[in-house]
Design a protein around this ligand. Structure first.
Ligand code: CA
Ligand code: CA
Length: 320
């Protein structure tokens, strides 16, 4: 078995490099990249994040009466949402995307940091645009959270997000959710989803949305900084793609603070930041090519044998 693994990796490496060489087209300056963060909201005023928040052009500037479109109580772009200048709050059906929980702000900080790392040496770090889609509330019933989440995915599709980060999930599948992510697939949007924090094998007990078998789905387990699977992380040889850091990750929290969190949520944000950076600097025509690009940034870890499809972990040079 060991030999097979080594051969497998050698072949893979050649294939990945080949893909990069074949598609060596790179953008001279980073392309604007909109990342939808489907979560608990984001503190859009955090000093580290405020320059990276998406602005809906159709809801910014002045209207015919000289009022600011972002708060004139008019759906200026006719997309069905009034004053959605930075995204939407599906919990309360409002344009207030503030984050009382902290989770979405933490995820956004990781995405931003990883994105910057990917475009290192290039200016225009502000080409990252975070679209804030608040769907989760601990006070809502599961059915409402799921329905709000589906509407958030549909919004990301409709408003042309380039990458979707989904750090939540659960064991209940949903037809509308599946159809929304199939629509993302048709539009060429990668969907990065957490494998879950229940220590279970997703091959036998599916965890959604990460377990939907779709070409644009990248399911992420959590590892420590050395690529070893965290004990809390879900896994799955057939259903979990890759691991990324999810142990004591330092990132942004509301009101200009910082804090440490662990989970497959954080791991997912690392991969989203990487994918966003790839989107900004390179092009791909098929999701298989994107997967190869992602994996070319990972490292093989024998300890992930039987735990993920690829046995690869995206690692970070930072210490936490
Ligand atoms: Ca609108
Ligand atoms: Ca408006």
């Amino acid at each position: 078995m060991k030999i097979n693994f080594i051969i497998g990796i050698a072949l893979f490496t050649v294939s990945a490099q080949g893909a990069i060489l074949k598609n060596k087209f790179q953008f001279r300056s980073p392309r604007p990249t909109i990342v939808a963060i489907i979560d608990t909201g984001v503190d859009i005023y955090h000093k580290d994040l405020k320059d990276a928040i998406w602005i809906n052009e159709g809801e910014s500037g002045l209207d015919h009466f000289g009022n600011h479109k972002e708060n004139n109580k008019i759906d200026d772009d006719g997309n069905g949402f009034v004053d959605d200048v930075h995204g939407w709050n599906f919990v309360d059906n409002s344009h207030d995307v503030s984050d009382e929980n902290g989770h979405g702000t933490h995820i956004s900080g990781i995405v931003q940091r990883e994105f910057k790392k990917q475009i290192m040496g290039k200016s225009h770090a502000s080409s990252l645009k975070i679209m804030v889609l608040k769907y989760y509330s601990a006070n809502s019933k599961n059915e409402k959270n799921l329905a709000d989440s589906n509407r958030a995915i549909q919004y990301a599709n409709k408003m042309n997000a380039h990458v979707i980060n989904y750090s939540g999930g659960g064991y209940q599948s949903s037809g509308p959710e599946l159809r929304a992510i199939q629509d993302s697939l048709k539009r060429g949007i990668p969907f990065i989803a957490a494998a879950g924090n229940s220590q279970t094998n997703n091959d036998f007990k599916s965890y959604y949305p990460s377990s939907y078998c779709l070409k644009n789905m990248i399911s992420v387990a959590a590892s420590d900084q050395r690529g070893r699977l965290m004990t809390f992380s879900n896994f799955g040889l057939q259903t979990v793609d890759i691991a990324a850091p999810g142990k004591r990750i330092l990132s942004t929290l509301p009101q200009n603070t910082y804090g440490v969190m662990s989970g497959t949520s954080q791991a997912t944000a690392f991969v989203t930041g990487l994918v966003a950076g790839l989107h900004a600097t390179q092009s791909w025509s098929r999701f298989a090519q994107l997967r190869e690009l992602i994996l070319s940034r990972g490292k093989f870890h024998a300890t992930l044998s039987g735990k993920t499809k690829t046995q690869m972990a995206i690692l970070t040079s930072e210490r936490f």
